[in-house]
Design a binder for this molecule. Structure first.
Ligand code: ACO
Length: 437
């Protein structure tokens, strides 16, 4: 019977250590005992960008990046996208099981009940410049809710946590829609509790003077599917920010705002907006080869391609491509689709992309679909943040309930000066070297 251990010989001292292997990992702290002498701090691992470090145990989302598999609580994403509503999936992610009919009815009612924003939140949002990016408004407003619900600081009270979770899931579409209408200069629309989660969001975005907004059912379902696909994705940059900030026991509004801020970057959830800019820049199918050449020469990146974990086709991208076809039947085909398909075709054959296992990711087709539905590119990342709030909150619950978790605090390898003599002002002549500034 092979032993589940790792034997390490420190060639500096000739000493041998045996450390246990659990779930295909060794504990980094097991290395601390490896020292050259009693004064030595002990061995650390160096892992910029967490390329090979597990920071938690999680039973929420499973990804096999080589095979292109994504499951929430064990259920393949394809089945959930086909058979569930977003709020059903939200329940699954948060509580671990699919809801019964009665549980779903109650859950939907509870989320609906929390869609209204305090009027002072509306006033807060009105203070933004007319053209403020909706993600800047989203991040700031989610953080501002901390001031409205100060009891949310009691993060160890399970009932309190659940209340804040319902509030956040209920309110993020309202905040997002207000950000959009602020940009457009339209009056805000209050939630309509008769509508489903996606329909109500569409109502708050697009209702004009009609007495009752009626969403196109194909578009509402497409949005709901996109919400399902974006709900969680294990320890990505935004979720890592959520866990890191929440590990200090910051309240869920502040932690969610931090996670959303991480999502806003162009290498993460901001990529969908960048894809549209890229497709605009390319213009027509004929210009695709020249653009691919530019990417291969390292002048730019193919946005919406590549992923830290998926080294195969992102399963979400496949479902989005299919969903986009349904949307185009209602809205008409987005002409950018031809450019995107051509980019994908060439990239999937090209040695540069094949060798690096670069495939379309979730952001590659979502923007084209969102644009066809009438969303402005600046809203795309907000459309990601709404459903991902559920994933962040599921991960937050798991973090708070995990007795092994402590405040997140990585180590560093110090590369600066040793102790130096202080230089008085009158003796400072040369400008400081760049590295020291
Ligand atoms: N276009 C061209 N080349 C790329 C791309 C791309 N989109 N992505 C990676 N590469 C190349 C890198 O230049 C590198 O090449 P090299 O080995 O010759 O240096 C190699 O592929 C490996 O890439 P890394 O940057 O090491 O991969 P990493 O895991 O750090 O980055 C990331 C992943 C950030 C997603 C990257 O692929 C990227 O920037 N993609 C474009 C932005 C994007 O679409 N982001 C959305 C990701 S999905 C999401 O967050 C929701």
């Amino acid at each position: 019977m092979p032993e589940n251990t790792l034997t390490i010989t420190d060639n500096r001292t000739g000493q041998t250590y045996t450390v246990p292997i659990e779930d295909g990992a060794i504990r980094a702290m097991a290395l601390r005992q490896i020292k050259t002498d009693a004064e030595d701090f002990g061995l650390m691992t160096y892992d910029p960008a967490f390329m090979n470090t597990a920071s938690c145990r999680s039973s929420i989302t499973y990804i096999d990046g080589d095979k292109g598999i994504l499951r929430y609580r064990g259920y393949p994403i394809e089945v959930l996208a086909e058979r569930c509503t977003f709020l059903e999936v939200a329940f699954l992610l948060l509580f671990g099981e699919l809801p019964t009919q009665a549980e779903l009815k109650n859950w939907t009612h509870e989320i609906t009940y929390h869609t209204m924003l305090h009027e002072s939140t509306k006033k807060f949002m009105e203070g933004f410049r007319y053209d403020a990016h909706p993600m800047a408004m989203f991040v700031s407003t989610v953080a501002a809710l901390s001031g409205i619900y100060p009891e949310s600081k009691q993060v160890h009270d399970a009932n309190n946590r659940l209340l804040q979770i319902k509030r956040l899931i209920g309110k993020v579409p309202s905040i997002s829609a207000m950000a959009y209408r602020h940009n457009m200069g339209f009056p805000y629309v209050y939630p309509d509790n008769d509508l489903s989660y996606a329909e109500n969001f569409m109502n708050m975005l697009w209702k004009m003077v009609e007495p009752k907004y009626v969403a196109n059912p194909v578009l509402a379902r497409a949005l709901d599917i996109l919400f399902i696909l974006h709900a969680d994705h294990e320890q990505n940059c935004g979720t890592n920010a959520m866990r890191s900030v929440a590990s200090s026991h910051a309240d869920p509004y502040l932690s969610t705002a931090a996670a959303a801020a991480a999502l806003a970057g162009p290498l993460h959830g901001g990529a969908n907006e960048e894809v549209l800019k890229m497709l605009d820049e390319i213009g027509t199918k004929d210009n695709v080869p020249a653009y691919i050449k530019k990417v291969k020469e390292g002048h730019t990146k193919l946005m919406g391609f590549g992923h830290r974990v998926y080294k195969n086709y992102d399963p979400r991208a496949k479902i989005i491509k299919w969903t986009a076809e349904q949307v185009f039947e209602v809205t008409g085909r987005n002409p950018k689709l031809d450019v995107a398909l051509e980019l994908e075709r060439i990239a999937l054959e090209d040695e540069y992309f094949v060798k690096r296992k670069l495939y379309p990711n979730v952001d590659f087709y979502s923007g084209i679909m969102y644009q066809a539905m009438g969303f402005k590119p600046a809203m795309f990342t907000v459309l990601f943040a709404i459903p991902r709030t559920v994933g962040w909150l599921s991960q937050w619950q798991e973090l708070i309930n995990d007795p092994e978790q402590k405040i997140a605090r990585p180590r560093q390898i110090y590369t600066g000066y040793g102790k130096r003599e202080f230089v008085p002002m009158e003796k400072r002549t040369a400008p400081a070297p760049v590295a020291a500034r």
